[in-house]
Design a protein. Structure first.
Length: 107
């Protein structure tokens, strides 16, 4: 009975969307835990990347780790962003369904 009730509840769009957000936040928190254990600083966490819809974590740039991420996880440059402080390249890789992103000054 409980399983059937749960399946019926998921048919409601608001609940289904909330469940997806909760799932994305959980993936992000797992990634944040992994990053913090490596000594990295998390700048921002989001439940949905604007391009992919996947959860993401934006980390502060750390030269040694970011270079290693490029090699070990096949990180790729995905876009450029500009603001009043300059132009930056957004780099990312995916770990367990969560995007790990950072910004590098475009040279």
């Amino acid at each position: 009975m409980g399983i059937a009730m749960h399946a019926v509840d998921l048919q409601r769009p608001g609940l289904a969307k909330a469940m997806k957000v909760a799932e994305n936040v959980t993936m992000s928190l797992r990634a944040i835990d992994w990053l913090i254990r490596k000594g990295l600083s998390v700048a921002l966490q989001g439940s949905k990347d604007e391009l992919t819809g996947k959860p993401f974590v934006l980390i502060e740039y750390a030269h040694g780790y970011c270079s290693k991420f490029k090699a070990d996880f096949a990180a790729e440059r995905v876009r450029c962003v500009c603001n009043h402080t300059g132009t930056f390249e957004v780099w990312q890789f995916e770990m367990n369904g969560c995007l790990i992103q950072w910004l590098e000054v475009k040279s």
